[in-house]
Design a binder for this molecule. Structure first.
Ligand code: G3P
Length: 272
C-alpha cells in the first residue's frame, strides 16, 4: 500500500518525506486554508501560488493533488487546465482533484464526470474526490479517473449522525463492521462503515480489473489505517497526526526503557 500525506503544510510534508514513507501528497481547499492561515498568523508573507510551487518542487516526482473550486463543467475544466498548465511544468507531478458530483444539493449532476472524462482523455491525471458510495466510484473509474478517493471518516460521521450520536471526537475509532441500534446494523444503503465502503470499492475494482487506483481518504486514526490496508486498497492518504499515532505503542516504549537500562559499560565502549 502506498502512503500519501493528506496535508498542505510544507513542514509536515518535509518531515514525513524525511522518514522515507511517503509516496504522494493530497490537498484540498480546506487544507490549503489551514496551512496558509497558520503561516500568516506567524507573520509570514506568503502567496498561495508560490507556496504551491514550493510543495510541488519538494515533492516531485511524487504526485500532488490540487483541487478545482468551480461547480460546473466549464469552470472546473478551465480551472483544471490552469492548475495543470501553471504547475505541472515544475515537477511533472500534478494531479487534478475533481468532485464526483459538484452539486451542493443532493441531486444528480454529471458535470464532474464530464470534466473527469475530458481531462482524462487529454492525459491529465484526475483524482476524483468526495466519493461516498461504491456507485460513484464505479462511475468515476468508467469516466477515466486515475484515482478515486472514498472518504472513510466522513461516512463514519454520517452513520453516527444518523442515530443522533453527535458527541464524538473527530479521531474516534468507528468499528469497521458497524454499530448496532435496536438489533439492526446502522447503514447507509448497505454500507456499515468508512472502511466497509473502501473494502467494497476494492472488491468491485478487483472483480473487473479496473485500472483506477483507490485512495482511502478522510482517515482519522491509526487503527483505521490498518483496517484500510487489510482491504487491499492501493493508497491511504493520511493526515500527519495519524502517521504520528501509527508509530507509538506502550510496549515498544517499555521495551526501549528495558534495553537502555540493560546496556553494560563494555557494550558502551564499542561506540567510543
Ligand atoms: O482527503 C480528504 C480529507 O482531507 C478529508 O478529511 O477528516 O476532513 O474528513 P476529513
Amino acid at each position: 500500500m502506498k502512503i500519501f500525506i493528506d496535508t498542505a503544510k510544507i513542514d509536515e510534508i518535509e518531515t514525513a518525506f524525511s522518514w522515507g514513507i511517503v509516496d504522494g501528497v493530497t490537498t484540498n481547499p480546506s487544507l490549503i486554508k489551514i496551512a496558509v492561515e497558520e503561516l500568516k498568523n506567524k507573520g509570514e508573507k506568503i502567496d498561495i501560488e508560490s507556496y504551491i510551487k514550493r510543495i510541488l518542487e519538494f515533492t516531485g516526482p511524487y504526485p500532488v493533488s490540487l483541487e478545482v473550486i468551480g461547480t460546473d463543467y466549464e469552470s472546473m475544466y478551465k480551472e483544471a487546465k490552469i492548475l495543470y498548465e501553471k504547475f505541472n511544468k515544475i515537477a511533472n507531478n500534478v494531479v487534478i482533484k475533481i468532485p464526483v458530483n459538484p452539486s451542493c444539493e443532493e441531486k444528480d449532476d454529471f458535470d464532474g464526470l464530464k470534466t473527469i472524462y475530458k481531462l482524462s482523455k487529454e492525459g491529465i491525471p484526475v483524482n476524483v474526490t468526495l466519493i461516498m458510495k461504491v456507485e460513484q466510484a464505479i462511475l468515476a473509474a468508467k469516466a477515466g479517473a486515475r484515482y478515486v478517493s472514498p472518504f472513510a471518516g466522513r461516512i463514519d460521521d454520517y452513520l453516527r449522525n444518523k442515530i443522533g450520536w453527535r458527541d464524538f471526537k473527530k479521531d474516534a475509532y468507528f468499528p469497521e463492521n458497524g454499530i448496532k441500534l435496536n438489533q439492526e446494523i446502522v447503514n447507509d444503503e448497505g454500507i456499515v462503515s468508512g472502511v466497509d465502503l473502501v473494502k467494497k470499492i476494492v472488491d468491485v475494482f478487483n472483480k473487473y480489473n479496473f485500472k483506477t487506483e483507490i485512495i482511502a481518504a478522510s482517515i482519522r486514526n491509526s487503527r483505521q489505517v490498518k483496517e484500510i490496508a487489510l482491504t487491499g486498497c492501493h493508497i491511504a492518504t493520511i493526515p500527519f497526526y495519524v502517521i504520528k499515532e501509527m508509530i507509538v505503542h506502550y510496549k515498544t516504549a517499555e521495551g526501549m526503557r528495558k534495553f537502555i537500562s540493560d546496556v553494560v559499560p563494555e557494550y558502551k565502549e564499542i561506540f567510543k
